[in-house]
Design a protein around this ligand. Structure first.
Ligand code: ADP
Ligand code: ZN
Length: 725
């Protein structure tokens, strides 16, 4: 091949053609470096016919500079890149960048110099050196990583190296991970589990595409069950990808994995250090028989990595909305996982106790196979569920727990059992205002209230992350001590528990408190050791955790999620509450769930109380059919934003004016987005509702492609959106 076409990693450059110098071997999928003016670009060699570009005459072609020392990106993954870009209306280069997710890995196998403390003291102590010595205790990494970890400059650390306080070690960047042993500790499966596991193993052995919905109630042992096909893939020398929704969940998962397979899996998530990314990426690109990664456990971004020999994908808690990425390439990892399975010709298992309506529908229409685990493992029973009608039994003024919920909590404390209170709101109070003048604290960058966090004495915007100290006096009228919190957050509920049960040992479990794997692990260890009586938590505690002594779950406000215009609101409330209810009574002691609501008659609340999942799904499916919503019709959103309000408004109007008139596609808006300002950008939104059969993406491309908008305007396209703000 003398003439090649490159997909370069920069959307603005488009497709570029080059020549291969004599003596250089190049094949499709190779990652190469090519000259571009005085600069260099990285690109993937692509099939010319699949990548339309301007024809460049032979004599103008410049030679590429080198082929990078990594295995070619396989055609299965090239097809996935094309599909993802096409389906989500994203540049192919943006998808390709998720594949080549470690710059270091592309440079080939090298050794890196890492450093660690020797125990020596520096000749002269400075505050920065002191800080470095404290922060780097037990750490090892490159100078750059350690500088970030210690919060000091690289120069400070170099000084410490010269003095022998830090010592270097040459580390092979590609050293293999410990081997997972498929037969290490095989569990004894229940009859139900065995049957499901056998079918999953068969699917792995068949080496063909098979989308499978593993529908198992909470506590049924889905993990133990899908570990069997994982073992079978390992035996066959193939790789497995397990996608998990939340990094806080991994700790518990890792322990169980190691118990079963005798070694930890390879981890992939956004907070890996660059050396860890590099090592993981290169191991993933290598087949297990050559010392490559066997099982990868990761967040959604692990889906795009260049697995050498993938044999199985498991998406655990597949209904979770954190599989949807809402910036950059706006993809849903659950759906892309199924497509990857299609291109790789391997099984994809979607595991959940509360599958997404879309997934259930695919199973019911025969597109996915459905396997069931209808009962809890080890004779544990599902918890009983009771509603507390807050209109009949209101909490005291300024309190949020109804008397009967408080009574049950006391009873649990007496029996040395645990209670979980669920409220999906971080912080102390969702709104703070001045009692004197009525001033409300609002984010200056976003149309959102600032949320008070008492632990950290700050007001925070949950949209942009802005934080400021909580002032002593009202910034508007100057009145001291005049600020009042409105409504509850988890911290406030924790305060209430502290008041009514002063001896209770309370843990607040949110993304603020369990923000590192180490903290999550500490929380789990304390809860398991019985060192916590009451857990107050957000959606973070709805999944994954297994605490045998937890026998009471209180849902503080079941109506919370039903507000707002999200089309999946009812489904999401159902999933959240069913999942959090699933934390109760998972071992020998029976569990009870109390759900506080003002709307016991709402269909989703009634279905939860009855434990009638099928009725809820059936009713919800009918509603979706009427609204032409997924899985029947499809939605897409176009978000137009600019720092300049007028520019955003006028651009949205121009897009609206240019809308295509089509029978099978309805376009609504533009209108100011519910979150009308975000991070200082004004936002307008158009919503598109299309028939299932409509050529939705083509219509959007034909519509938006020719429009030329001011430079400061961003147009985001969200196919199958989950967020409607
Ligand atoms: P799910 O994910 O379906 O809610 P888990 O996989 O967390 O359920 O399993 C619930 C509990 O039962 C876990 O502690 C798990 O280790 C245990 N368990 C499930 N199946 C088995 C088995 N076959 N042998 C031993 N323990 C099991
Ligand atoms: Zn903000």
């Amino acid at each position: 091949m003398r003439r090649i076409r490159l997909l370069v990693l920069n959307a603005a450059l488009g497709v570029l053609d080059y020549r291969v110098p004599d003596g250089m071997a190049v094949e499709h999928g190779n990652v190469v470096v090519a000259p571009l003016g005085p600069r260099q670009v990285t690109g993937i060699v692509w099939e010319e016919e699949r990548l339309p570009g301007a024809e460049v005459p032979e004599e103008k072609l410049r030679p590429i500079l080198s082929v990078l020392p990594v295995a070619p990106i396989r055609s299965e993954l090239r097809r996935l890149i094309e599909w993802t870009a096409d389906y989500y209306c994203a540049p192919m280069s943006s998808v390709a960048r998720m594949v080549l997710a470690s710059g270091g890995a592309l440079k080939g196998g090298v050794s890196v110099t890492e450093y660690r403390l020797t125990g020596e003291q520096p000749d002269r102590m400075t505050p920065q050196r002191q800080q470095a010595l404290e922060k780097l205790e037990g750490a090892q990494g490159t100078i750059r990583e350690l500088a970030a970890l210690a919060g000091v400059s690289e120069g400070v650390l170099r000084g410490l190296v010269n003095q022998g306080v830090l010592e270097p070690e040459e580390v092979d960047a590609d050293r293999p991970y410990p081997r997972a042993l498929p037969d290490h500790a095989e569990p004894v499966l229940s009859a139900d589990q065995k049957q499901v596991a056998d079918e999953l193993v068969e699917a792995v052995e068949a080496e063909d595409f098979a989308p499978i919905l593993l529908d198992g109630v909470t506590g049924s042992g889905k993990t133990e069950t899908y570990f069997e096909p994982v073992a079978s893939a390992i035996r066959a020398g193939r790789q497995v990808l397990v996608l998990l929704p939340e990094i806080a969940l991994t700790e518990n998962f890792l322990r169980r994995f190691e118990d079963r397979f005798g070694a930890p899996p390879v981890l992939w998530h956004s907070s890996l250090k660059s050396s860890e990314r590099r090592r993981a990426w290169r191991a993933i690109a290598r087949a297990p028989e050559d010392g490559g990664a066997q099982v990868v456990v990761g967040a959604r971004s692990a889906l795009f990595l260049p697995y050498a020999n993938l044999g199985l994908i498991v998406v655990d808690e597949a209904h979770e909305i954190s599989f949807k990425q809402d910036d950059g390439v706006r993809y849903n990892a659950r759906d892309v996982a199924v497509m990857r399975g299609h291109f790789e010709r391997i099984p994809v298992v979607l595991a959940s106790a509360t599958p997404a309506l879309e997934s259930l529908h695919m199973a019911e229409t025969g597109t996915y196979r459905k396997l069931n685990l209808p009962s809890r493992f080890g004779g544990a029973t599902l918890p009983t569920i009771r509603l507390i009608d807050l209109t009949q039994e209101p909490p005291e003024r300024g309190r949020w727990l109804a008397p009967s919920l408080a009574r049950e909590l006391f009873a649990r404390m007496e029996r040395k059992e645990q209670t979980l209170l669920f409220l999906n709101r971080r912080g102390y109070a969702p709104l703070t205002l001045c009692r004197n003048c009525g001033y409300r604290f609002q984010c200056k960058q976003c149309s959102a209230w600032l949320v008070e966090h008492r632990f950290s004495h700050r007001l925070a915007c949950h949209h942009c992350g802005h934080e400021e100290p909580t002032p002593e006096a009202c910034p508007e009228c100057g009145e001291p001590d005049s600020l009042v919190p409105c409504g509850p957050g988890v911290e406030r509920v924790a305060d209430e528990v502290r008041e009514i049960a002063p001896e209770a040992r309370i843990a607040v479990a949110t993304s603020d408190t369990l923000n590192t794997p180490a903290r999550a692990a500490e929380f789990v260890a304390m809860a398991e050791a019985g060192a916590i009586d009451v857990i107050v938590g957000t959606q973070l505690v709805t999944k994954g955790f297994h605490f045998p002594d937890l026998t009471l779950v209180g849902v503080v406000d079941a109506d919370l999620g039903l507000e707002g215009g999200d089309l999946r609101a009812a489904e999401r409330v159902y999933q959240q509450i069913a999942q959090v209810a699933g934390r109760a009574g998972r071992a020998s002691k029976p569990g009870e769930v109390l759900i506080q609501t003002r709307h016991p008659e709402a269909p989703v609340i009634a279905a939860l109380a009855e434990g009638d999942r099928d009725a809820f799904y059936a009713a919800e499916l009918d509603a979706r059919r009427d609204a032409n919503a997924p899985p029947f019709g499809r939605w897409a959103a176009i978000i137009v934003s600019s720092e300049d309000e007028k520019e955003a408004r006028l651009s949205a109007a121009r897009i609206g004016d240019a809308r295509p008139r089509l029978d099978d596609i309805m376009i609504l808006g533009p209108a100011p987005a519910p979150l009308a300002q975000l991070r200082g950008r004004y936002r307008y939104r158009l919503l598109i509702n299309a028939k299932r059969t409509a050529a939705l993406q083509d219509a959007i491309r034909d519509w938006l492609g020719p429009l030329e908008l001011p430079r400061g305007v961003r147009v985001g396209i969200d196919i199958d959106p989950y967020s409607f703000v």
